[in-house]
Structures are given as C-alpha cells and as structure tokens.
Design a protein around this ligand. Structure first.
Ligand SMILES: [Mg+2]
Length: 217
C-alpha cells in the first residue's frame, strides 16, 4: 500500500487485524447489547471468529486481496455461530469475488467491493433500511463512500466520511423496532436498544478507516 489511495493485501490485512482488535476490546459491550435484545452471544461469537481469522492470517498469509478476503469470509462462515457468521462471512466472500485478480484495490474498486459485500448481506439476511440490523450501519457507510469518491475526495477522507455515516446509522438503530432476527421476537421491547449487529458493523468500517488512514489523497 501507500501508493495514492489504494488498498493492497497488506493494507487489507491491517484492516482485518484492526477489526479483530476492536472486536476483542468491545466484546463485553457487544454482548451486553445482544443481551438486551438477543441471546447475549454477539461479542463472544465475533471475537471467536476474528481470533480465528487472525490466526489463519498468521498461519497462511494470502497472496492477494481476493485470497485474503475469501479466507476471512470462509473462516467466519465456519467459525461463527448464529446469524452473524454467515452474514459477515458473506460480506467478505462477496468482497473477495468483486476484487477479482487485482493486486491492489484502488478507491473505486474498494468501494465497489464493499457494495458487493453489502449486496451479499442483503441477499442473505433480507434486511432493509430501518429493520434494526447491521444493514443500518453498513448501507449508509457504502453510500457515503460512493458519494465522497464521486465528489472527488481521496480514499482516506472518503473512509472517514463512511465511518461517520456508519456510526450515525448505528446510533439511529436505538429507537427502531426490530423487524429481523431474534430481536424481532421482542416487538416493542426492542425499542430503545442499540442494535449489536449495527454496532459491530460500525466497528468494521471504522477499522477500515484506521487501517487506511495513511493513504495519500
Ligand atoms: Mg446473538
């Protein structure tokens, strides 16, 4: 990395490791959020999965962006229970497919890979805006990234805007009535609680911003 505004394999590995770090740091918080409206395992599941992802990166460093993203996706699908493993796994697998055989992703390629990942989450989870899921953090982030790049922003700046949008989307889930997943069984009692999936999804985007903060442009 460190050519202007691109993400190579090393940069993507930094992203994944940073996500693993913040998930571990926020494990208790994620579990508390899931305890309020779910089954209290989101922090534990994500931490287990991202620890496995980090171990896999250490054991067999992938040769390119697509290989790295697919390795992350496969590890999450196989190691994380509940809904979050398949959803996060699908996100990374679709990103990997979108990356193709490119040796590094420029800003546009990274944005379209994230869009492909989001589309995979939508297909898999059938969530729409306002359902109180990870979609409510990821979709505004993907939109903000596209809009920033279209307006001429560099990658680092565009990712800052995406992270801000993800955090706003996460916060906006608190007053929502859950319409997907286990939280939907609670009906009105889901109102007033921030969604754990949207919370971890915001961490995913802020980790990307952190990992690519030193890109120029
Ligand atoms: Mg759960």
């Amino acid at each position: 990395m460190d050519t202007a505004g691109t993400a190579d394999t090393a940069a993507l590995a930094r992203w994944v490791r940073e996500f693993a770090r913040v998930v571990a740091a926020e494990k208790q918080r994620l579990t508390e959020l899931d305890a309020a409206i779910g089954d209290a395992d989101h922090g534990i599941n994500m931490d287990r999965g991202m620890t496995a992802v980090r171990d896999a990166l250490d054991a067999s460093p992938p040769a390119g962006p697509a290989a790295l993203l697919k390795q992350v996706g496969m590890t999450l699908v196989s190691r994380v229970g509940g809904a979050s493993g398949p959803l996060y796994g699908t996100f990374f697998l679709r990103m990997g497919t979108a990356a193709g055989d490119a040796p590094e992703l420029d800003a546009a390629a990274l944005a379209s890979a994230i869009r492909a990942g989001l589309d995979g989450v939508v297909q898999r989870g059938k969530a729409e805006a306002g359902d109180k899921t990870m979609f409510d953090a990821l979709a505004p982030a993907a939109d903000a990234l596209d809009e920033a790049l279209a307006s001429g922003a560099g990658l680092a700046d565009a990712l800052r805007r995406a992270a801000t949008a993800a955090e706003a989307g996460r916060d906006a889930t608190a007053p929502m009535l859950a319409r997907k997943g286990r939280a939907s069984y609670l009906g009105q009692r889901s109102v007033g609680h921030q969604d754990p999936g949207a919370t971890s999804a915001a961490l995913l985007i802020t980790a990307l911003m952190t990992a690519l903060a030193d890109t120029q442009g």
